[in-house]
Design a protein around this ligand. Structure first.
Ligand code: ATP
Length: 300
């Protein structure tokens, strides 16, 4: 049976006339990378704030490790809610020494966590010389100092360039590989698609979807084709019996939607019979983006 590390029921938070969290029900399984996905203002940060005891809930309950929240339990959680403040002139090590004192964690952990986040070679450089990605990795190192069972991250790749995003993604997967549960809030579908195992979608504080990433990505969205003569290709595709729709994409290929039961080899054979030779044929993989946008518009 699944072991739930977090169980939220009927959680509510209102700011004036804004319902930031609306009767939220959510369970997170141990060992998963859980993405809390939603557009700006959908209540992700407020939810994480409540779960970490820094925002007061109006009503509802949540349990960490199957128990009512307590201060000692919170020590089992490592979190970065907003960019932590580090001292710019102090090195990575010196900054983490301060965190160790505050968290009452032995300093012997420092080199271990710096190694883990790939900052060991810059451990003695002043924080102000770090790139944005390195600063974020130091923040994650800081959250890992107490060796928490759960790591909670709010928009961990915000403001980073593609390389920085990829580094953080690798790091999250690496930490998850060590058996830790990770809960991350994000408005980036790609991020959730690439690192999360499970996700929930929030809209105006309300949960509108909850499921696994693998199931959401199952199947395909159609095929992408290319031939030397695009106009003839278009005409012939339009006569294929299970044709639904097609459009030219940004790289000049035709994206074709066929009815679900269509076998792609039949489609290909049909084109050959009609004298069309394809120079490219590929499945279009499902993305969370399309489904996310459909979910959001369906519930508006
Ligand atoms: N302290 C506050 N006072 C008043 N309104 C607030 C406060 N904090 C959040 N809100 C409002 O509550 C709603 C949810 O905000 P929240 O920051 O939780 O969303 P979010 O999904 O994390 O958004 P973002 O991705 O922009 O951080 C928003 O409408 C926001 O304006």
């Amino acid at each position: 049976m699944a072991e739930y590390i977090l169980d939220i029921s009927g959680l509510n938070k209102r700011y004036g006339n804004i319902q930031a969290v609306d009767n939220l029900e959510l369970k997170v399984e141990k060992g998963t990378v859980f993405g809390l996905l939603g557009p700006n203002g959908s209540g992700k940060s407020t939810t994480l704030g409540i779960l970490l005891g820094v925002v007061q809930k109006d009503s509802g309950d949540f349990k960490w490790f199957g128990e009512e929240p307590t201060a000692s339990q919170r020590r089992r959680l490592g979190a970065i809610l907003e960019s932590p403040t580090f001292y710019p002139y102090l090195s990575g090590i010196q900054n983490l020494q301060i965190v160790c004192k505050i968290k009452e964690v032995p300093e012997s952990r420092i080199l271990e966590v710096l190694e883990q986040v790939g900052l060991a070679n810059r451990a003695t450089s002043p924080f102000k010389t770090y790139s944005l990605g390195m600063k974020q990795r130091l923040a994650i190192a800081s959250a890992l100092l107490s060796d928490p069972e759960i790591l909670i991250l709010d928009e961990p790749t915000n403001g980073l360039d593609p390389q920085g995003i990829a580094e953080i993604r690798e790091l999250i997967l690496d930490i998850a590989g060590q058996g830790k549960t990770i809960i991350l809030a994000s408005h980036l579908l790609d991020e959730v698609q690439k690192v999360c195992t499970h996700f929930a979608v929030l809209k105006q504080g309300e949960k509108i979807f909850h499921g696994t990433v693998a199931e959401s990505l199952m199947g395909n969205e159609g095929v992408e084709v290319l031939a030397d003569d695009t106009e003839s290709l278009r005409k012939v595709i339009g006569t294929f019996p299970s044709f639904i729709d097609m459009k030219l994409n940004n790289v000049g290929r035709l994206e074709v939607q066929l009815s679900k039961e269509t076998a792609i080899h039949e489609f290909h054979e049909y084109l050959i019979e009609k004298g069309i030779v394809l120079t490219h044929l590929a499945y279009i993989n499902k993305s969370l983006e399309k489904q996310f946008l459909q979910l959001l518009s369906a519930k508006s």
